[in-house]
Design a protein around this ligand. Structure first.
Ligand code: GGG
Length: 357
């Protein structure tokens, strides 16, 4: 039987509650398929680890992770213990950049039984994927402070856009758009204002578009796209954007599809030179941590993306079908979806559906 080695990093806050529930759903799908198993190893890296060791993960953490087939990640950030920039750069971004996970896939689709806050929108009306550039742009970490503590103090944060980095993620987005029935691709920038980096992005987008005459393209400014996510989500199919813009837009994607607690993501190294990492879009939610009410669906859906990436399409489909079945039934939903179920009760409901499939 095929065994996949999975590094599980629950991280912080609700990530610690959700990761084990996600693993239960993954194990149920593997058992139902019967053709593979998951060997999950847990790593206690995150803000608690930082308090003990002064670092979010060990110095050889990437070497340790390299031996795994994939990484299943919960959430990062617990500002009461560690400043958010230290935790994000010290763990999540270290893995994304260190393993060249340059594509972040963030699908948004409205599930059956889930009410969108938008009027007149039904399941099927929202079904798009955001392709986020995941290793450079506004998150490159290039910059610094000058004259610290002086009246002259200055802070610089430099966006980094390389031809290779922009080309590869745009090409990935074109391939994805080509594989979908509607073949639409929108590129999002703010190139009227950011006249060096994002005009560069636009030029590369137009160059690559010539190789994909079958894909219908458009260029949209990020402010207009934010409004369009709310006003005309049906018009979207594949959206490609830089690191920061795509992060912001996908929170809107979560909101219009009913809850950020449903939104999954995959940080991918398409060449498979390194393990890819799968995590919910939401963060550590310190406000609800410890209450046992965080929604496990985004974690489970991220696990389905992981199984799909590993080639276990049937197991991935089992989890996705179980999610749709649980939301459609509407009986076991966490408070973010208007229900009163706990994290564990919702995960149990998913597993029941997987076992019964
Ligand atoms: N599971 C996702 C997570 O922990 N997110 C925290 C966060 O702020 N991430 C920023 C990002 O994805 O760029």
């Amino acid at each position: 039987m095929r065994t996949y080695r999975i590094a599980v990093i629950p991280g912080d806050g609700v990530g610690k509650e959700l990761a084990p529930e996600g693993v239960r759903a993954l194990d149920a799908a593997a058992a139902r398929c019967g053709s593979f198993r998951l060997a999950c190893e847990y790593f206690p890296w995150g803000c608690d680890y930082y308090v003990e060791h002064g670092t979010m993960m060990p110095a050889d953490g990437l070497d340790v992770l390299k031996a795994f087939d994939a990484i299943y990640f919960g959430a990062v950030g617990y500002p009461a213990l560690v400043p958010d920039d230290v935790s994000l750069h010290g763990l999540l971004l270290k893995i994304r950049l260190g393993f060249d996970q340059y594509v972040c896939l963030r699908p948004s689709s409205l599930l059956p039984g889930v009410a969108s806050p938008l009027a007149g929108v039904a399941p099927g009306d929202i079904d798009f994927v955001v392709v986020r550039e995941n290793t450079e742009g506004e998150y490159a970490g290039a910059g610094g402070r000058v004259h610290p503590g002086q009246p002259l103090e200055l802070a610089l944060e430099t966006s980094v856009f390389t031809r290779a980095g922009v080309s590869r993620v745009i090409r990935y987005a074109f391939e994805l758009a080509r594989s979908r029935p509607r073949k639409l691709l929108a590129s999002v920038t703010k190139s009227n204002a950011q006249k060096h980096t994002l005009t560069f992005w636009d030029e590369i987008f137009e160059e690559i578009a010539r190789d994909y005459p079958d894909v219908k393209t458009e260029r949209v400014l990020v402010d207009a796209m934010a409004a369009r996510f709310v006003l005309r989500p049906r018009s979207l199919d594949v959206v490609v954007a830089s690191n920061l813009f795509a992060d912001i837009l996908t929170d809107i994607g979560g909101a219009i599809t009913g809850s950020l607690g449903l939104a999954a993501s995959a940080n991918i190294n398409p060449e498979r030179l390194y393990p890819s990492m799968f995590e919910p879009v939401h963060g550590s939610a310190p406000d609800i941590y410890g209450k046992g009410i965080a929604n496990p669906i985004a974690m489970a859906a991220s696990g389905a993306m992981m199984l799909d990436f590993l080639g276990e399409k049937h197991a991935a489909a089992l989890i996705d079908a179980a999610i749709r079945s649980v939301t459609a039934a509407g009986e076991t939903l966490t408070p973010d979806l208007g229900g009163a179920a706990t994290t564990t009760q919702t995960a149990d409901a998913l597993i029941e559906k997987i076992n019964a499939a």
